[in-house]
Design a protein around this ligand. Structure first.
Ligand code: FUB
Length: 450
């Protein structure tokens, strides 16, 4: 019996550890750094294959630069909880890569004929494959692996940021970048080129271009890529009638980040009639933009096929359960003054963020919360105040009904305060938290329960 209980507790703690730090708010992954998200719909799940930024130290990578030694894969059925399926490829297990290259940059993965093909750049053994970057493939029977790296990189491909697209006729294409953006047909084995690489023309000539990602919609082929038009990368796109172009520059998908993160790198997927843009910023590392975090927001098109610009949000995608921790610091909207977001602990930013209220009437709104079918009769708020303050929680909007009034008590330490709700909310609602007076208080999260 003891043994069974122990195993159950272990399974539960592994599950909690796996989903911890990976929920449907931006950034998606909060327990480690991640970048360059390549999202794919495989079966009933969305898989994200990001790069894994780590901090270089003397003897481990180049201090002050990108440092990546392995790849994880994340999966979600509901776009709410992202499960970390663990490490799928590591630099020490790739026969052709330098085991201490720390250059496992942006990858991609695609399904074909019962196999999953994971494409990744790395610095190769230069005596055999030359200097710079090469791109290799690791193959698996399941999206979460195990992946078996091929013995050699793909011939005639020198560069970074592989991306694979399979057209409706079954022809697969590989794209990559090295100053320019390149494309070529892939053989049916997905491991070798089937045509000479072409350099796409008509793209901006000045400013770095990298990170190609190609998709098709309504017969139009979209070549999307980060490009430095001004100071940092923004996401741009060109449209063509053919997977190998010619492509005509069409517009900007996402402007340069307000945070100053120099890189951006993205992927685009459609699932259940909704399109999504996965990209990255430096949420967990405001002062060092080589330690990035992946994000996702919804994307949509104009009638003529052009892409509507995506404005990055903290709220991200997915419907949040009212019965889980609602991180209101990932707000959808915020008052002009008196409410702001800060790290809970600047010495350990992986602890996440809090919302600070400093003025009467200040508010934050968090959209799309599912209150489920059974009325949730109490609310818990994890809050802290030097002095006391009262928070009102509204459903819908700031003028919507007050569903709970919560008193944050003085004391200067985090407390979880449980209060009955005054009016149970139902269905999917926005939630607005309003400060009733000027006493500064902080909120970590709120949560409803039966
Ligand atoms: O993550 C390392 C490099 O930064 C990627 O390969 C580029 O696309 C940029 O995001």
């Amino acid at each position: 019996m003891k043994n069974i209980l122990f195993k159950k507790a272990l399974a539960l703690s592994i599950l909690i550890a796996c989903v911890h730090g990976a929920i449907a708010q931006n950034p998606l992954i909060r327990n480690m750094y991640s970048a360059d998200p390549s999202a794919r719909v495989f079966g009933d799940s969305v898989y994200v294959f990001p790069s894994h930024d780590i901090l270089a130290t003397p003897g481990r990578g180049r201090v002050g630069w990108f440092c990546m030694e392995d790849y994880h894969v994340y999966a979600s059925k509901d776009l709410i909880e992202w499960k970390d399926n663990g490490v799928i490829v590591t630099q020490t297990a790739v026969p052709w890569a330098k085991p201490d290259g720390y250059a496992m940059w942006a990858p991609d993965c695609i399904y074909r004929n019962g196999k999953y093909y994971f494409y990744f750049p790395a610095t190769p053994d230069s005596a055999l494959y030359g200097r710079g970057f090469a791109i290799g493939v690791a193959v698996a029977d399941k999206p979460s692996g195990p992946y078996v790296p091929q013995p050699t990189p793909i011939k005639k491909v020198h560069g970074i940021d592989p991306n694979v697209f399979i057209d409706k006729d079954g022809q697969a294409y590989l794209y990559w970048s090295q100053g320019n953006i390149y494309g070529a047909k892939l053989q049916d084995n997905m491991l070798e080129l089937a045509s000479e690489p072409v350099i796409f023309q008509g793209l901006p000539e000045k400013g770095l271009k990298e990170g190609p990602y190609v998709f098709e919609r309504n017969g139009l082929y979209y070549l999307t890529f980060p490009h430095v038009e001004n100071k940092t990368e923004r996401l741009e796109y060109a449209i063509g009638d053919n997977p190998l172009g010619p492509f005509k520059m069409t517009g900007v998908i996402m402007d340069e980040s307000a945070s100053g993160c120099w890189t951006n790198h993205h992927s685009v997927i459609q699932r259940n009639n909704q399109w999504y843009l996965f990209y990255h910023d430096k949420d967990l590392s405001p002062r060092f933009d080589k330690a990035r975090s992946i994000r996702a927001d919804s994307l949509s098109f104009n009638e003529d096929g052009t892409i509507k610009k995506v404005i990055p949000t903290l709220r991200g995608i997915g419907v949040t359960s009212a019965a889980g921790e609602i991180q209101i610091d990932r707000y959808s909207a915020i008052s002009n003054s008196g409410a702001s977001v800060a790290f809970i602990d600047t010495a350990d930013r992986f602890k996440g963020w809090k919302t600070d209220f400093t003025e009467a009437g200040a508010w934050v709104q968090y959209n799309t919360v599912d209150f489920g079918k059974k009325p949730l009769r109490s609310v818990e708020v994890r809050g802290m105040g030097e002095g006391a303050n009262t928070l009102e929680i509204h459903s819908g909007s700031i003028t919507g009904p007050v569903i709970a009034t919560v008193k944050i008590t003085a004391g200067g330490e985090w407390k979880t305060i449980k209060t009955p709700v005054s009016k149970a909310a139902s269905g999917t609602q926005n939630v607005v938290v309003v400060s009733k007076n000027n006493t500064p208080v902080s909120v970590d999260w709120i949560k409803f329960m039966q």
